[in-house]
Design a binder for this molecule. Structure first.
Ligand code: AMP
Ligand code: MN
Ligand code: MN
Ligand code: MN
Length: 294
């Protein structure tokens, strides 16, 4: 349970100025810091609340809660679920979830299946174009084999000097349409939302600007997401360029979504914003936390 439903923030300031950072990763998925280290960073930043939202797992939440309690940090239980929507991979963040809800536990278990097989195929594809042993190397960088991700391959390619940085690894080899891209079937959109709602949570469309959808498809996605029970979209995120914030603020308002804010922090020096350091939501947004705080 999030401790924080009982905690009110400074009511003298407008809720959009609260420092809620609702999207962060740990070593339980593809982050570089342990859940404890992430909470230490959140305490230092003085956030009003932080969510741990690892990809397809809630394994880090127990450790994060221990540290959060010790440090006086308000922790929101979260997860980021990988979804296949037609040919597009989407990420759906669940916030204020009960990580023990059976439907969510079983659903996440089913999404994690297949990551290892996909990683083997990515390793084979990289070997064919001159990069041997990357499967073993990526596994060595993942704290849990079942959670091995393209990020681990990208880190290895960057660390070994094959590419200049992680971004280049995605642009040249691992991104969609590149030679080591291996398509994968993740959860369905309706499934992911159902699991989150069954766990008492709020479903948030993560970094909508990242999907590169033309306006008609983008609007169809927003309508479908809302009709299936999605309640919020990320507006201010480390995965949007600042000049995109206003577009997603407008679309949130037009489509009747609450707005979320999250660094999508993966590690120091690797992500554009440290936890709690990104700009506030635009003033006209209705923050997703207005449902849970004040
Ligand atoms: P996976 O779930 O294994 O397909 O890996 C997806 C993860 O790769 C995302 O959560 C991001 O952390 C990372 N990622 C995807 N695309 C990029 C990109 N263009 N640049 C940097 N990281 C990326
Ligand atoms: Mn990631
Ligand atoms: Mn994501
Ligand atoms: Mn993320």
């Amino acid at each position: 349970m999030s401790d924080f439903a009982t905690i009110s923030t400074d009511s003298s300031k407008s809720p959009h100025l609260d420092n809620f950072d609702l999207h962060n990763h740990s070593t339980c998925s593809d982050g570089l810091l342990s859940p404890t280290q992430l909470m230490e960073l959140a305490a230092k930043a003085g956030v009003d609340a932080i969510a741990l939202t690892d990809h397809d797992t809630t394994d880090g939440l127990a450790e994060a809660h221990e540290a959060a309690k010790r440090l006086g940090v308000n922790l929101v239980d979260g997860v980021e679920i990988s979804v296949s929507w037609g040919v597009t991979t989407l990420h759906i963040v669940g916030l204020w979830i009960d990580p023990n809800a059976p439907e969510l536990v079983a659903g996440l278990q089913s999404v994690r299946q297949g990551r290892l097989d996909r990683a083997r195929l990515i390793g084979e594809a990289l070997a064919k174009i001159g990069f041997p042993h990357t499967y073993e190397a990526a596994l060595a960088l993942a704290s849990n084999d079942a959670m091995v991700s393209r990020t681990h391959f990208a880190r290895y390619l960057a660390d070994s000097g094959a590419v200049k940085n992680i971004q280049a690894a995605f642009d040249k080899y691992l991104g969609k349409g590149r030679p080591a891209y291996v398509p994968h079937r993740w959860a369905g959109l309706e499934e992911a939302i159902t699991w989150i709602k069954a766990a008492g949570g709020i479903a948030v469309l993560a970094h909508p600007g990242r999907y590169d959808l033309k306006p008609s498809i983008r609007d169809a996605l927003l309508e479908e997401f809302r009709s299936l029970g999605g309640e919020a979209i990320e507006v201010v995120t480390g995965s949007h360029r600042p000049e995109e914030y206003n577009t997603w603020r407008r679309l949130a308002e037009e489509h009747g979504f609450l707005a979320s804010r999250g660094a999508d922090f993966h590690g120091p020096g690797e992500s554009p914003y440290e936890p709690g350091e990104l700009p506030p939501l635009p003033a006209s947004c209705v923050p997703v936390w207005s449902k849970r705080a004040h």
